[in-house]
Design a protein around this ligand. Structure first.
Ligand code: 1CP
Length: 346
């Protein structure tokens, strides 16, 4: 069974020899070869130059025996395609921030895919190179998370402006989220046309919402995206950082796979949502700072929680930039060693 088949089977709960493995944020700052490229190219230049984006996508595959590549891009390409200026300088700045109906009216809602052609080009390059061997993931931010950047004008701790819009101007909020949702559906359809094996929706900040508010302000848009992609039969992986309080709500969105962070155990996810729930995750990225033997022990224990069936091995959030490479090797190798015949516990 090759990596691509292993990944495809895991997404569908079909038999695998071992769980497939990849790491969120596997391309990027944790790799010295990425940092070397960054000395010569700005972040946004890497992203928008197809050959360079394809190169960064491949970098982790040369080092680690992961089963999937994720296209090197960013969730903020959608605000950029909608006409906001996205500036990178350590954090991200989006201008002008969307603060009301006028800001939304000024967005360029039609022809967004034409302004995302660079992602399609990069995907085609990588797809051709991986051929049938490894899986390729596309991705986008989920609407609530993307809108948080658009309204706040960058990263935020309190989401105060977004929440002010949500509660005081619900029609404006709904309009903004609809605009982002429509652009995201078209964008993911474009990625699927370029041959991705699955797409991941990153809802990095939805864990910030109470279950009631999640149902009202985030869930309908994610549901709409997943429903619209259903005819493509491409699995959607839905990741919420802090999914533990929203498990039932996230499942109700209908994704093929739920991305789980490390604050909830995979065993609890299966107990609450059913034994057939397909999961991705969920080692604490902080565990990669431990000794390799400890990383191995924890990784095998994580897979034992699911018995390796319907499970894509991953971290519970992205690899941190200062993660020791030894830690990443230990994680990937442990997944490869796992076998369903019972693992010795070290
Ligand atoms: O060179 C650099 O310093 C740029 C750092 C960087 C990188 C490597 C940014 C800026 N984005 C990326 C790539 C990226 N972003 C990927 C690559 C593919 C891979 O996984 O290997 C992915 C999937 C993302 C997605 C992304 N961007 C998310 C969701 C994932 C998550 O970690 O929760 C988010 C929230 C962003 C926004 C973003 N992009 C970059 C930064 C510094 C931020 C966070 C800004 C903030 O919240 O303050």
């Amino acid at each position: 069974m090759n990596a691509r088949q292993r990944f495809a089977n895991a997404c569908r709960g079909l038999p695998v020899d071992r769980p497939p493995v990849w790491l969120m944020r596997q391309a990027g700052r944790s790799l010295p070869e990425y940092r070397a490229l960054r000395e010569h190219h700005e972040f946004w230049e890497l992203l928008t130059t197809p050959e360079l984006a394809a190169e960064v996508t491949r970098q982790p595959l040369r080092r680690f025996e992961v089963d999937a590549a994720i296209i090197f891009s960013d969730i903020l390409v959608i605000p950029a395609a909608l006409g906001q200026k996205v500036l990178f300088g350590g954090g991200m700045t989006l201008t002008p921030p969307i603060r009301g109906a006028n800001g939304i009216a000024a967005l360029k809602t039609s022809g967004t895919n034409g302004r995302l052609e660079y992602v399609a080009e990069a995907l085609k390059i990588v797809r051709e190179e991986l051929a049938d061997e490894q899986a390729l993931l596309g991705f986008a931010g989920a609407p609530f998370t993307v809108a948080s950047y658009m309204v706040e004008g960058g990263g935020s701790k309190s989401y105060s402006r977004l929440k002010a819009m949500m509660y005081r101007e619900p029609a404006t909020y709904e309009r903004l989220l609809s605009v982002v949702t429509d652009a995201t559906i078209e964008y993911l359809q474009l990625q699927i046309e370029c041959g991705v094996d699955a797409v991941q929706l990153f809802d990095s900040w939805a864990g910030e919402l109470s279950p009631d508010d999640y149902r009202k302000y985030a869930q309908p848009f994610v549901k709409r995206i997943i429903e619209q992609l259903a005819p493509t039969e491409t699995p959607v992986v839905y990741f919420i950082n802090g999914i533990g309080n929203l498990l039932e709500e996230a499942k109700a969105c209908g994704p093929a796979v739920l991305g789980i962070d490390w604050r909830v155990s995979l065993e609890e996810v299966r107990r609450r949502l059913g034994a057939n729930t397909i999961v991705q995750g969920n080692l604490d990225p902080g565990v990669l700072y431990a000794e390799p033997a400890e990383i191995r022990r924890r990784t095998l224990a994580m897979i034992d929680e699911t018995g390796g069936r319907g499970h894509i091995a991953n971290l519970g959030h992205g690899v941190a930039p200062d993660t020791p490479l030894d830690g990443i090797y230990a994680f990937v190798e442990a997944v490869q060693e796992w076998n369903s015949g019972g693992n010795e516990k070290v």
